[in-house]
Design a protein. Structure first.
Length: 254
């Protein structure tokens, strides 16, 4: 399910075909069993209730996707702030350690920007390895002077480096946080049931039932939008590292 929802266009295509076939299934069942007037009215109530429930679930899912998107944007901003602040704090270290730490922070910033802009899986693995190595080197650069001379200024630089490393971990956790597969499954099941009911409850002739592609199309577009927002890399709506890019001039002038 996760691999499917990371491809919004695939979600749209699969959901549209599935829901359209569900409507056709309901129409096929209707042709083999006619409804009397009372049954038709009862089915109208059931179909309305199912569609209302589906609308609520889609709304909640959209809200969940938006909150996760906002969280990813927030952590990108926090990463940029942490790197920029630490770049200034390492100036409290001895000159040799400060120069080394700043060089590492510049390289680290480039890796963090690549993390946000790269979609290739193999390159992402390389970025993850380079990021881990840089974090180890950056920590060693502030740990050595703070261990030799544990003064408050060196401790401040060490604390700032800890914030830089922690902010990357929070970002990674936010990018791994998606709408649960159970939530997607519930939406799909209810959407299928609602389309079957719509097809079964249709009074139109067989030729006019073809017009019932509208509901599958609308639902599929809704699923497409939810999947697009919920997918950090697969969709068009992505978090761009505007704050990290903005930090480049700041750390390059010091």
């Amino acid at each position: 399910m996760a691999s499917l929802t990371n491809s919004p266009l695939l979600v749209f295509a699969a959901s549209f075909v599935t829901l359209w076939l569900s409507t056709r299934l309901g129409a096929w069942i209707r042709r083999h069993r006619e409804l009397n007037e009372n049954e038709h009215e009862d089915l109208n109530v059931i179909a309305g209730a199912v569609l209302t429930l589906l609308g609520l679930i889609i709304g909640f899912s959209f809200s969940m996707a938006i909150s996760r998107y906002d969280q990813r944007k927030q952590y990108e901003e926090e990463e940029a702030n942490a790197i920029g602040t630490e770049y200034l704090r390492v100036g409290l270290l001895p000159s040799a350690s400060a120069a080394k730490a700043r060089d590492l922070l510049r390289a680290y910033l480039q890796q963090r920007i690549l993390f946000y802009t790269t979609r290739d899986g193999r390159q992402l693995e390389q970025i993850a390895g380079a990021t881990s190595q840089l974090q180890a080197d950056m920590w060693a650069a502030v740990e050595a002077p703070a261990t030799v001379q544990p003064v408050p200024t060196f401790a401040l630089a060490a604390g700032g480096m800890n914030d830089v490393i922690n902010s990357q971990g929070y970002t990674l956790a936010a990018w791994r946080n998606h709408i649960p597969s159970a939530g997607w499954g519930l939406m799909i099941v209810i959407a299928i049931c609602s389309n079957v009911l719509v097809g079964y409850n249709a009074r139109q002739s067989h030729a006019r039932i073809k017009s019932f592609f509208v509901l599958p199309l609308i639902l599929s577009v809704s699923f497409l939008l939810i999947a697009d927002i919920d997918s950090p890399r697969g969709g068009l709506i992505r978090v761009h590292p505007v704050n990290l890019l903005g930090a480049i001039p700041q750390i390059s002038t010091h």
